[in-house]
Design a protein around this ligand. Structure first.
Ligand code: PLP
Length: 454
């Protein structure tokens, strides 16, 4: 799987054009992209030079079904030729949007039976916050505070400065909006309380109650969290965490918003990650793999309690492309495949195998954080450190070197390059087979094994 280094004139021209006019592709404004992807099949993506790479990041947790799924392409094509867009508003709607709604309600956790669509994840976060405020307003309550986690990521929407505290680019955040509060995350390996599980009694979850008391319960509206911390490096909570959170939210009458934008649609070995603990949020936000990456679409699902409170009131939350028919047809096709092909079960089985191999072959390595390898289904992460004792993260240069080495061997991998963290993440399509998983591990493990401590 060694990658050819040559760059054709076509590729060079594309790279030059991108650097000149396209913002946000390379990590620094004006930088050149170093790869141009063109097509692919299954878990493989191909660049303009014909090199193939395994998508160990599913292109941002989107390609949960891999590339080249003809059923999804056909569904999109058919809808595009009939009615690509419909302004689902003021009494107007179309069959594709209604079909997608029906399918989505079938797969969301029981009781979350009402959905509204957006174009992506950040809009879904904003919508969830709007619904929260509307919910309390309809009950005549003036609750406005929203609590989130350090190291969380909820998108670059209007609430971006306020609910995000993701690993990368911390220095440029802020100041947070009034009414937004962060509490310590659930990353055991870097516990902000300095405690050790299970003696800690899951303090990070119980601390939510302390903060609500301190802030005055009648002012707190919602707690939002990712079921695993995606943007900060695939960090997973202990199994008790979210059941405790659910109870605290119930005790104080605050809404629990699960941000499943990255963890939804079979990624964590269940249709939604919270299904692993049988926890039912009041609101779920989703996007990314809703249409398996074939179309941009996001949305929220809300429960009966919120629906009843909102019923009869105005719904002014308007996105032009809400329930976009072509996106919805694509999402419906993807959801049918998730269910029919038992994709969550495959993710659970193959993900467990990956996790077990990593633990068996890397736990003793001087640069792999002790006990830091965590996973749920096809969402796996580990801390790569420069010093096992101090837990100092690997230097940025070394992290970039790993990424380059992986790329040279035909693996498209992600290692967090932010502040204070160095999580290596493995999240290939949820359809990855055992053989494909072994193939990527047979390359990955030697690269990580070769890292030298400080
Ligand atoms: N929420 C989570 C958990 C995410 O991981 C992301 C994106 O990575 C978002 C929200 C934002 O989604 P989008 O990039 O579609 O706006």
């Amino acid at each position: 799987m060694d990658i050819k280094q040559k760059v054709s004139s076509r590729t060079q021209e594309l790279i030059d054009l991108s650097a000149k006019h396209l913002l946000g592709v390379a990590s620094k404004v004006g930088d050149y992209p170093d790869i141009v992807y063109e097509d692919g099949h299954g878990i493989w993506i191909r660049d303009t030079e014909g090199n193939e790479y395994i998508m160990m990041d599913s292109m941002g947790a989107c390609y949960n079904l891999g590339l080249g799924v003809q059923e999804i392409v056909d569904a999109a094509k058919e809808q595009m030729s009939k009615l690509p867009h419909c302004f689902n508003r003021r009494g107007m709607v179309c069959p594709a949007t209604i079909e997608c709604t029906r399918k989505l309600v079938e797969v969301t956790p029981e009781g979350l039976d009402y959905v509204s669509f957006t174009s992506g994840g950040a809009e879904a976060t904003d919508l969830a916050f709007n619904i929260t405020h509307r919910y309390f307003a309809s009950k005549g309550e003036r609750r406005y505070k929203i609590i989130s986690l350090y190291e969380s990521y909820h998108g670059f929407g209007a609430a971006r400065w306020s609910s995000n505290r993701v690993t990368f680019d911390k220095e440029n955040w802020g100041p947070p909006g009034a009414g937004f509060i962060q509490i310590p995350h659930y990353h055991c390996y870097r516990c902000m309380f300095g405690l050790t599980y299970p003696d800690c009694g899951v303090k990070c979850a119980r601390y939510l109650a302390e903060v609500i008391e301190y802030e005055r319960p009648r002012t707190v509206a919602a707690f939002i969290a990712e079921p695993f911390l995606g943007g900060s490096g695939y960090i997973h909570p202990v199994p008790e965490y979210f059941p405790i959170i659910r109870k605290i939210c119930d005790d104080y009458g605050i809404l629990f918003i699960a941000d499943e934008v990255q963890s939804g649609f079979t990624r964590a070995g269940k249709m939604f990650c919270v299904d692993n603990w049988n926890v039912k949020p009041d609101i779920i936000t989703m996007a990314k793999a809703l249409a398996a990456g074939y179309f941009p679409i996001g949305g929220v699902a809300i429960n009966d309690k919120i629906y009843k409170a909102l019923k009869g009131g105005e719904w002014t939350e308007l996105y032009t492309f809400s329930g976009h028919p072509a996106a919805c047809a694509t999402a419906t096709a993807a959801m049918k495949i998730y269910v029919r092909d038992r994709v969550a079960e495959n993710a659970a089985k193959v993900g467990k195998h990956i996790l077990e191999r990593l633990k068996a072959e890397l736990s003793d390595h001087p640069c792999v954080g002790a006990g830091s390898i965590t996973g749920l289904g096809m969402s796996i992460g580990m801390d790569i450190v420069a010093d096992k004792k101090t837990k100092a993260p690997l230097s940025l240069a070394d992290r970039q070197k790993i990424r380059r080495e992986m790329r040279a061997k035909g693996l498209h991998a992600r290692i967090i390059e932010g502040t204070g963290q160095s999580r290596f993440m493995i999240y290939p399509p949820c359809t990855t087979t055992m053989e494909e998983a072994d193939k990527m591990l047979d390359i990955t493990i030697p690269i990580i094994s070769a890292i030298k401590p400080l």
